[in-house]
Design a binder for this molecule. Structure first.
Ligand SMILES: CC(C)c1onc(-c2c(Cl)cccc2Cl)c1COc1ccc(-c2ccc3c(C(=O)O)csc3c2)cc1
Length: 229
């Protein structure tokens, strides 16, 4: 079953995932009653900015991450931020968030100036994640695996990242057998979501370009992590 090291790794990652969430005083802003495209864009920008801060804190808790080359740490964060945010927003949209949050978040994403061609694949992804009924540990591990993807642009020491990712992949495989015993293909289905995330990440670059065209401003943190402006 699980080795002592794997049990420790699971606990550290799950605790970090639970600890680092967007604060209530930020998410409750979603409930305010302005629903203009502009207002929705501003609120989503605030959510994304807060989510990036949360993501950085979570990543620092991944065992071994801070021992990686400093520039590789940055490359992994920049390369995975959008995918990690798709996973986190998918969890928010699929779990029963505090009353009304789910609907307002979905509504604001639909009406924030994202063109229809991106809305479709985005909400297909959200639906496909919902259908998996991941337990919290699986969501935390899948996010970690996404962050520890060795072949992101500009990563120098890929083997070092591979070694960390392999440990988490092994742990996720065992968690899937434990929580979904009737579905031998469940682990493979989870990894299939990672492929879909890469596609969404490419769409996202175009989304940013179209928002910029309509001279939408992003925050300094988002500009830095997404190399815009
Ligand atoms: C700059 C901005 C316009 C933007 O550009 N691309 C995307 C973007 C979009 Cl529109 C979709 C997917 C990914 C990205 Cl980066 C975004 C908005 O990004 C978001 C990031 C994160 C949340 C998010 C996460 C968790 C939770 C929770 C919870 O945990 O309980 C409660 S409320 C909530 C809200 C929403 C939106």
């Amino acid at each position: 079953e699980f080795t002592t090291e794997q049990q420790a790794l699971m606990r550290v990652i799950t605790d970090a995932y639970n600890k680092h969430q967007i604060p209530q005083d930020v998410t409750k802003k979603l409930l305010q009653d302005q629903y203009s495209t502009e207002e929705n864009f501003l609120l989503l920008t605030e959510m994304a900015t807060s989510q990036v801060q949360v993501l950085v804190e979570f990543t620092k808790n991944i065992p071994g991450f801070l021992s990686l080359d400093r520039e590789d740490q940055i490359a992994l964060l920049k390369g995975s931020a959008v995918e990690a945010m798709f996973l986190r927003s998918a969890q928010a949209l699929n779990k029963k968030m505090p009353i009304g949050h789910t609907e307002v978040l979905e509504e604001r994403i639909h009406k924030s100036g994202i063109s229809e061609e991106f809305i479709k694949p985005m909400f297909n992804f959200y639906k496909s994640i919902g259908e998996l009924h991941m337990v919290l540990e699986e969501q935390a591990l899948l996010t970690t695996i996404t962050i520890l993807t060795p072949d992101r642009p500009y990563v120098k020491d890929q083997p070092a990242v591979e070694r960390l990712q392999e440990n988490v992949l092994d742990l996720l495989r065992k968690m899937c057998v434990l929580h979904h015993p009737q579905e031998p293909q469940y682990f493979a289905r989870l990894l299939g979501r990672l492929t879909e995330l890469r596609t969404l990440s490419h769409y996202h670059a175009e989304m940013l370009a179209s928002w910029k065209v309509n001279n939408h401003k992003f925050t300094p943190l988002l500009c830095e992590i997404w190399d815009v402006q």
